[in-house]
Design a binder for this molecule. Sequence first.
Ligand code: ADP
Ligand code: MG
Length: 160
Amino acid sequence: MFTCLTHSPEETAALAELVGQRVHEGTVICLEGDLGAGKTLFVQSFARTLGVEGEVTSPTFNLMNIYEGICPIYHFDLYRLESEQELEEIGFYEYTDEPEGIVLIEWADKFPDSLPEDYVRICISRGEGEETLRTITFSSVGEAYQAFVKELSEIVYLGD
Ligand code: ADP
Ligand code: MG
């Protein structure tokens, strides 16, 4: 687990770019944080890095967007989801059980029992005071992404 601070949207975007450059196909990333924390902004920069050219917006109403980059990117937002039944209906588990592309899930923490065993967890929080300051914590849940999160921690700290 490691934490970094960003002081502007641009810094968060740059961090997402670093993650996008290292990520492997088959990765599930869960994003937690209040409204306006920066989850969608993170996904936007991440998706651009993976070659997505079209619009990247929060799938708040349709629950999932699919983007074509160098691999498919499945972008979920569970904010408005009311029951786990709906996850079943949109085929959520087919995407997360054996992900073929890359899966990003905003508000994943709303349905903790529905998440896969292994995922990268990114928590974004705002502190008091400075309007554009964010604390971003990366951790791996399960074993599959431990090495990946460690690799990221080294890059981020070196500022490479
Ligand atoms: P979420 O998806 O978490 O609800 P968004 O990504 O849609 O949040 O919005 C984040 C908002 O916060 C954007 O308007 C962005 O410009 C602003 N912002 C300010 N500072 C930061 C920062 N350090 N990192 C990310 N976003 C920031
Ligand atoms: Mg969002």
